[in-house]
Design a protein around this ligand. Structure first.
Ligand code: GDP
Length: 288
């Protein structure tokens, strides 16, 4: 799903978020584990101040496991609660509940002092488009849950999904806009397929990805496109893309290489995980 953002959308999204944030105790912020910083919304800290926060590194299955661990440490060192998950398969979801209790300990203790026992934590899922919000809500809530809140026939107001005695989830996620004004961020989000690329065309985007892969994950290219070990190092990105075109038989007009098609194949191979588990930014190196 590619979403274009205009100032009108952003104002509306922000207003909805401000309304819904009043109803909740906890923000569950989904980030894409391949680009944890680039997939963060710059306004969430301001919007979510005074609320407990849990960060989920989603699509952890597509990201480099060593980088996942490094990002977990990064966020923990900044006082955040964080869990890595795969919303699609459900991996990691079991670890969420205890961390929610920990993240909301102040609220739970405050309730207890006031004599309010067993009031569930109310949470909202937020994140940029395509980060996996709907997938997460569906798999986390599962099919067994009941919706609470509105009486039949009354459609107004928030719908809550009752997960268990301790936790209720708002059924509509908050959509945050990305920091697309930053070119580097825009490019990485385009590489993972989360935003429509307006900065570069497919070929330029693929070439940028190749440049990155040659530096950090050369073996992923060698393996996927059956290139000899070590051949990638020092190779010009255009030559790599041409090799991909040859290996994949991207030919037009009898003999010319179809570079645009090869670029599309490479990007799709990356986005789907067929190139391996690859993280595009790393905490120690910044914009890796
Ligand atoms: P939303 O726009 O944030 O609601 O994102 P969606 O829930 O529609 O997910 C966007 C795409 O990412 C879908 O194709 C999902 O199947 C996929 N997806 C979501 N979570 C994961 C995950 O943890 N791993 C992988 N590999 N794919 C995921």
């Amino acid at each position: 799903m590619n979403v274009q953002w205009y100032p009108g959308h952003m104002t509306k999204a922000k207003r909805m978020m401000q309304e819904n944030i009043k109803l909740i105790d906890l923000i569950i912020e989904l980030l894409d584990a391949r680009v944890p910083l680039s997939s963060r919304n710059p306004d969430i800290d301001e919007l979510g101040k005074n609320k407990a926060r849990l960060i989920l590194l989603n699509k952890a299955d597509l990201a480099d496991e060593r980088c996942n661990d490094a990002w977990m440490e990064y966020f923990k060192a900044r006082g955040c609660f964080v869990v890595k998950v795969n919303a699609k398969s459900g991996a990691g979801l079991k670890q969420i509940q205890p961390v929610v209790q920990e993240a909301c300990r102040e609220k739970i203790e405050r309730d207890r002092r006031r004599g309010i026992l067993n009031r569930p934590v109310r949470a909202m899922v937020v994140g940029i488009p395509n980060v996996g919000k709907s997938t997460f809500i569906n798999s986390f809530a599962g099919k067994a849950c009941t919706k609470t809140g509105n009486k039949p026939g009354v459609t107004k107001g928030a719908q809550w999904i009752k997960l268990n005695k301790q936790l209720e989830l708002l059924d509509t996620p908050g959509i945050l806009w990305p920091k697309f004004e930053d070119q580097q961020v825009g490019m990485k989000l385009a590489m993972i397929g989360s935003i429509k690329d307006e900065i570069l065309n497919t070929e330029e985007l693929a070439l940028s990805l190749i440049r990155f892969l040659v530096q950090w994950y050369p073996e992923s290219l060698e393996k996927r496109y059956t290139m000899a070990d070590g051949i990638i190092a020092g190779t010009d990105p255009v030559a790599v893309l041409e090799s991909v075109a040859k290996v994949r038989g991207c030919i037009v007009k009898g003999s010319q290489l179809d570079i645009t098609k090869a670029a599309g194949i490479l990007l799709e191979d990356y986005r789907s995980g067929r190139l391996g588990r690859i993280t595009l930014e790393f905490p120690d190196i910044g914009n890796k």
